[in-house]
Design a protein around this ligand. Structure first.
Ligand SMILES: Nc1nc2c(ncn2[C@@H]2O[C@H](COP(=O)(O)OP(=O)(O)O)[C@@H](O)[C@H]2O)c(=O)[nH]1
Ligand SMILES: [Mg+2]
Length: 391
């Protein structure tokens, strides 16, 4: 009995179990998400303090930087503090505690979210009011004309639905948009049809989608027809033909188009969730069309749709869209594939299964819409000054 007491006395303060079996964690590290610039601490607790501690970042020994990392050991508790988190602090961190009887490890992921990289307007009313009051800077122009262009199923018709829903006060879900299941093969739109937005002086044309694979190569509106549409040679309701372009000899060809017949802004529509799968054929056709628009001085912007399908953060809360790394990456990818600067790319989410009006969704669409309205207006303004010089 006396021996046992002596033994207990000698090893007082030490955890016998840990000595025999090696250390174990009582609390493990937890994953943390932090905004850029914030401090973050990972901590855990073992069943003994008699250990040496090693921290690793992404499988390599952590190089502690002064003022950046602080490693602490306080009895059985261990922590790693990272100050002023930056993108390159995002990693999996592992702690290993070790003594002569063995070792134990646990890991956690630190995710560093981007700060807001663009501002999402919070209120729709000021934008709606400004657009309702909007006056075109060229008295010869009755309405600003936008051409929506992009692959089948990109969400071109849905953009029109979304804007109509905002300005006409009720939902236009699926009255123009195709069902998701039917968008893989054919396009819904073949006519050069004009869509108005309430009684505003803005109209959209939604041209038949592009198809890229070998068999369907001929599908979609011909590039020469789209260029003729830019220039104002194509009349409303003209039914595009895949085999024959609209030519001067055609009875409906507008020979001397006025500014009112022309397209004032090209909107390329790209589905965020299909961007990486888009064929080089389709992308080339889109780039060619953009190059033609550039020659004619037509402003061009990109609406990147279906953003809710590529980012869970955005899907759950659209207000976080401009903090999303995934959306940012898609914008960069889109910029590289189309050769457009990132600030010309606007992510949008369309109404597709929502029943009620949604202010965040509207704000995102209105910001993008406002941008194309101002770009188109600049184009017609420039046109009117060119006309004056000619006269
Ligand atoms: N989840 C989601 N679905 C969308 C969005 N925009 C369009 N869609 C759906 O995508 C499909 C194709 O859209 P549609 O407007 O017909 O494409 P279009 O061929 O370019 O006119 C339809 O089922 C739409 O409901 C969006 O922002 N999010
Ligand atoms: Mg359509």
């Amino acid at each position: 009995m006396a021996y046992i007491r002596l033994f207990e006395h000698l090893f007082k303060g030490l955890d016998l179990q840990a000595l025999n079996q090696g250390p174990e964690f009582v609390y493990v590290l937890a994953d943390k998400t932090v905004e850029t610039g914030q401090d973050v601490t990972l901590s855990c607790e073992a069943n003994t303090s008699d250990v040496t501690v090693k921290w690793e970042k992404a499988g390599h020994r952590l190089q502690c930087v002064e003022g950046k990392h602080r490693v602490e050991k306080n009895g059985k508790r261990f922590s790693l503090e990272i100050k002023n988190a930056k993108q390159d602090d995002e990693a999996n961190y592992t702690i290993t505690v070790e003594n002569s009887s063995g070792s134990a490890s646990c890991s956690a992921m630190i995710t560093v979210e981007l700060g807001e990289w663009r501002i999402l307007e919070k209120e729709q009313e000021p934008m709606i009011t400004a657009l309702k009051k909007f006056k075109i800077n060229n008295e010869d122009v009755r309405e600003l004309r936008f051409l929506l262009h992009g692959p089948v199923g990109a969400g071109k018709s849905s953009i029109i639905n979304t804007l109509k829903s905002i300005f006409e006060g009720h939902q236009f879900i699926n009255c123009l948009a195709a069902n998701s299941d039917t968008t893989s093969g054919t396009s819904f739109t073949t006519k050069y049809e004009k869509y108005s937005i309430g009684s505003l002086p803005f109209v959209f044309y939604d041209v038949m989608g592009l198809e890229g694979d070998e068999e369907k190569q001929a599908r979609g509106v011909r590039t020469d027809d789209i260029i003729n549409a830019f220039k104002g040679h194509i009349p409303d309701n003209y039914k595009f033909r895949e085999d024959i372009p609209m030519i001067e000899e055609h009875r409906d060809y507008i020979i001397s188009p006025a500014i009112n017949n022309k397209i004032h802004c090209l909107v390329s529509v790209i589905p965020a969730d299909r961007l990486s799968m888009m064929s080089e054929e389709v992308l080339k056709k889109m780039r060619d069309i953009r190059a033609e628009a550039s020659k004619l001085g037509i402003p061009q912007l990109v609406f990147m749709t279906r953003v809710d399908r590529v980012c869970e953060l955005t899907n759950e809360d659209l207000r976080k869209i401009y903090q999303s790394k995934k959306i940012r990456e898609k914008i960069t990818m889109c910029s590289n594939k189309l050769g457009v600067t990132e600030n010309c790319i606007f992510p949008v989410k369309n109404y597709h299964n929502e029943i009620r009006s949604n202010e965040e969704l509207n704000c995102l669409a209105l910001q993008a819409f406002t941008q194309i309205v101002y770009s188109a207006n600049d184009f017609v303004k420039k046109w009117s000054s060119i006309q004056k010089v000619v006269e």
